[in-house]
Write a protein that binds this ligand. Structure first.
Ligand code: G6P
Ligand code: MN
Length: 445
């Protein structure tokens, strides 16, 4: 079996340690010869790198090379896959995004609304620059991008690198939701095959088929999920805000009983309710900084001091990072031509007949060594079409605002967002966001 070389871009991320442990667990079906960790921050990269050395010595002795670096030329040479998970401006800027939006009476969220807009304007140049650097060194490698806000990043990469068919934009939320469906049905996620349409963080499941029998579980799931469920699928979702999000699904299903919604639709369909739930002094960024981010780094520091993992409380279990397995599934599909179906962001081109051909939709796609082949959806009903078109116009105008440096388009984008709406609010928000993002945004005129 061929052995691959991969680079994790954003190697200092709190997601990296579990991802690395997961790669150890997956070495039979996705064997690696080289793992590169790349980050632009030395201090964080060194911690994850030192942890990785211990991890691989014990759990991946077959691995020939571990590199951790802040030099892009070193990082991107001789790689087959780049897994991109960067956060431009880190959690400090996420906190700003959320708090500035709340200050203006709007929802403060990482990928939705004003927060997602601000993050998008930071992410686009960062992602675009990294792709350019990757292509200089590894013109053929697959770039699996899951940097947020994925909808905007996907729109930007599709416009800027329109001929590059080896950039694939993916989000794990549909997978996490399907893990939950599988749990309530007493099945495994891979027993299920979804039909789905929409945009990233803005879509609906229309069918959930049993891969074997062909039974559609959608009616049963709707019945079950009308009552709030307590998900136990992974540690992240045990956090109070995620628990609340999964529970809120029941309200959405009661109010809209046609399809099953992506969790993120709560922000667009109930912006006032979600706004009222927020704490302007302590947002999700604060929760993550004080919680998962801190714990993950402390755990790595402890392991580095111990010098070992095996035989300690940190020993790798079979299910560590199992949720992130989807990324290996995707890489394996590309490498081994498995033709498995994934929900991916891709240019519409008629897949959803009654929507713009250039829209970056999120739909089921068959994946093999020649790339991504979207599967036909057909037409979508007026209500969904209206919502999607408005949201896509927001996403497109955000990318236009970036490409043209246009303040007018930035304002128009915000007005089109269902969590902002008012023109005066959009104008005031934009002024504050420009000030806060001086270091990151291109100038808007
Ligand atoms: C889901 C979404 C991601 C998001 C992540 C973490 O997996 O698909 O886009 O970044 O949740 O969100 P959090 O608020 O926990 O940082
Ligand atoms: Mn996502």
């Amino acid at each position: 079996m061929k052995e691959y070389a991969i680079c994790i871009v954003g190697g200092g991320s709190r997601y990296t340690p579990d991802m690395l442990a997961m790669l150890c667990n997956q070495k039979e079906r996705f064997p690696l010869r080289k793992i590169v960790l790349y980050d632009n921050e030395n201090e964080r990269q060194d911690v994850v790198g030192a942890y990785a050395e211990i991890l691989f010595k014990e759990y991946y002795p077959e691995l020939k090379e571990l590199v951790y670096t802040t030099d892009p030329d070193t990082a991107f040479s001789d790689i087959d896959f780049a897994l991109m998970q960067i956060r431009a401006g880190r959690l400090n800027m996420r906190e700003q995004d959320e708090k500035i939006a709340i200050k203006h009476g709007c929802l403060g969220q990482e990928t939705c609304g004003a927060g997602g807009f601000a993050y998008g304007m930071r992410s686009i140049p960062a992602v675009v620059e990294i792709i350019k650097q990757i292509r200089e060194k590894s013109p053929e490698c697959w770039i699996l991008n899951y940097s947020n806000p994925a909808a905007i990043v996907a729109e930007a990469t599709n416009r800027i690198y329109s001929d590059d068919k080896r950039i694939i934009n993916i989000c794990d939320m549909p997978i996490a939701i399907m893990d939950m469906y599988a749990a309530v049905l007493g099945k495994k996620r891979k027993d299920l095959e979804p039909k789905y349409f929409g945009l990233n963080h803005f879509g609906w499941f229309t069918n959930i088929y049993d891969r074997e029998t062909g039974e559609d579980y959608l009616p049963r799931l709707k019945e079950i999920l009308k009552t709030p469920v307590d998900v136990q699928t992974e540690p992240l979702f045990q956090e109070p805000s995620w628990k609340a999000t999964f529970k809120f699904m029941s309200t959405m299903i009661q109010d809209y009983d046609e399809y099953l919604p992506n969790t993120y639709l709560q922000y667009y369909l109930y912006p006032r309710k979600m706004f009222e739930k927020q704490n302007s002094d302590y947002t999700r960024a604060n929760e993550v900084m004080d919680g998962n981010e801190k714990e993950t780094y402390e755990r790595m520091e402890t392991i580095i001091a111990l010098g070992k993992i095996k035989g300690t409380e940190f020993a790798i279990t079979e299910d560590v990072g199992c949720h992130a397995e989807y990324i290996v599934d995707l890489a394996t599909a590309l490498a081994n031509n498995t033709k498995e179906v994934f929900l991916l962001m891709t240019e519409n081109k008629g897949i959803i007949e009654n929507l713009d051909r250039h829209m970056m939709v999120e739909v089921p796609c068959r994946v093999g060594s020649s790339g991504v082949e979207p599967l036909v959806v057909g037409t979508v009903p007026t209500f969904y079409k209206g919502l999607i078109e408005q949201q896509y116009a927001y996403e497109k105008l955000t990318v236009d605002a970036y490409l043209e440096g246009s303040k007018k388009k930035a304002m128009q984008a915000l007005v089109l967002n269902r969590t902002v709406v008012n023109t005066d609010t959009a104008i005031a928000l934009l002024e504050d966001l420009i000030k806060a993002n001086k270091e990151y945004w291109r100038e808007l005129k």
